[in-house]
Design a protein around this ligand. Structure first.
Ligand code: 5GP
Ligand code: ZN
Length: 112
C-alpha cells in the first residue's frame, strides 16, 4: 500500500532494524522502545489491524505470534507481553497490522 510506513519497511524502501524474517512476517525493533526488547511483528501484506488480518488470513495471524515467541526466546525471555492496539482511542498510530512484543522489565496490569 502506498504511503504505509510498515509496507515500506517490509519492502526495504526505508530502513528497519530487522531481527527476524519468516515467510509471511517481518519483525523489527520499535523506534521508540518501551522496554529493553520492543519488537514489532508485521505481516508482509497490508491489513489495517489485527482483526482484519485474522479474518483474511488466520494462518498468518498465527505466524505473527509464533514469530514473536521466537524473537522472545532468542533474546532469552520466558516472560513477555504481546499487544495489539486497534483504533486511535487506544493508541494505534500505524494502520498496518503490528504485534508489539515487549520484554525485559517488570510490567503492571492493567496497562495504562
Ligand atoms: P501503535 O501505536 O500503532 O500501536 O504502534 C506503532 C509503533 O510504531 C510505535 O510504538 C512507534 O514507536 C513505532 N514506529 C513509528 N514509526 C516508526 C518507524 O519509522 N520505525 C520503527 N521501527 N518504528 C516506528
Ligand atoms: Zn502497510
Amino acid at each position: 500500500m502506498e504511503d504505509c510506513l510498515f509496507c515500506k519497511i517490509v519492502a526495504g524502501e526505508i530502513p528497519g532494524d530487522i531481527v527476524l524474517e519468516t515467510e509471511h512476517t517481518v519483525a523489527f525493533r520499535d523506534l521508540n522502545a518501551q522496554a529493553p526488547t520492543h519488537v514489532l511483528v508485521v505481516p508482509r501484506d497490508h491489513y489495517a489491524n489485527a482483526a482484519e488480518l485474522a479474518a483474511a488470513d488466520p494462518a498468518v495471524s498465527a505466524e505473527l505470534v509464533t514469530a514473536a515467541a521466537a524473537v522472545a526466546a532468542e533474546a532469552g525471555y520466558d516472560d513477555y507481553r504481546l499487544v495489539y492496539n486497534t483504533g486511535t482511542g487506544v493508541g494505534q498510530s500505524v494502520f498496518h497490522t503490528h504485534l508489539h512484543l515487549l520484554a525485559g522489565r517488570p510490567m503492571t496490569w492493567p496497562p495504562g
